[in-house]
Design a protein around this ligand. Structure first.
Ligand SMILES: [Zn+2]
Length: 243
């Protein structure tokens, strides 16, 4: 994996405007890992994918993260700042297949990956999506030795499998432990690095393209010439141009 160039980031920003985020995350990985076939990137577990995106985010914008949250109890706005290291989970040893034996049920399954996530669509009922995702990850299910379908697995077994998936892939479900200074309410808030990185790239792209516009208008340089400037030279010329 290698850092993303300014040109690649701008190209990814454009692609992100018209792609679902799960698909966009795959494009980001493909740009950063040209040596890995895209099918293999799609088969990375969601946590392995998010771990790589987190590293790319650190290489692009540094180790500090900042975002806003709203207290669900009093509605107060919280400014959160934390480090990449704070949300970096220690990856468990990942295997292609996991097994669970629970009350006479024997199940073999794998972890959800990007291909599974892109297969579920936003316009479907969330319960249907959960079922589809689960069904895709199920390799084999038996009750007292007889093969059964995903739909006939009782809910406690499904929950036990989902819990085992979460333990095996901790980077897939990052929760921030938040405290409201106004009302002292405590709550866990999910943190999604894909949404976070996309939002940052979107803001960054608007700023860069605005700078391109200012310099191109003043000096007649092309977009490629302006983007090729080092950040220091770009800042210098912007200071000359801005009133
Ligand atoms: Zn509060």
């Amino acid at each position: 994996m290698r850092p993303l160039s300014t040109t690649q980031l701008l190209s990814l920003w454009e692609q992100g405007l018209t792609q679902p985020l799960a698909q966009w995350a795959l494009l980001v990985l493909a740009a950063a890992c040209p040596e890995t076939p895209v099918e293999l990137l799609g088969e990375l577990s969601v946590g392995a994918r998010d771990g790589r995106i987190l590293t790319l985010r650190e290489w692009t914008f540094g180790p500090h993260l900042a975002c806003l949250a709203t207290c669900p109890a009093c509605g107060d706005k919280l400014e959160l700042t934390f480090q990449v290291a704070d949300i970096r989970a220690i990856p468990a040893t990942e295997t292609a297949e996991y097994a669970l034996a629970h009350e006479g049920y024997d199940v073999r399954f794998r972890l959800p990956n990007s291909l599974d996530v892109t297969a579920v669509t936003d316009d479907r009922d969330p319960n249907d999506n959960r079922h589809l995702l689960f069904q895709r990850c199920l390799i084999d299910a038996r009750h007292d030795g007889v093969t059964i379908t995903a739909a006939t697995l009782p809910e406690p077994v499904v929950e036990a499998i989902i819990a085992q998936m979460a333990t095996a892939d901790p980077q897939a479900d990052v929760q921030l432990a938040l405290d409201c200074p106004a009302c002292h309410h405590h709550w866990p808030a999910p943190f999604d690095i894909i949404t976070f990185f996309w939002t940052e790239i979107n803001t960054w792209a608007y700023r860069v393209l605005h700078e391109v516009h200012l310099l191109a208008s003043a000096y007649g340089w092309s977009e490629a010439e302006i983007i090729a400037l080092t950040p220091w030279r770009r800042r210098f010329y912007l200071e000359m141009v801005r009133p």
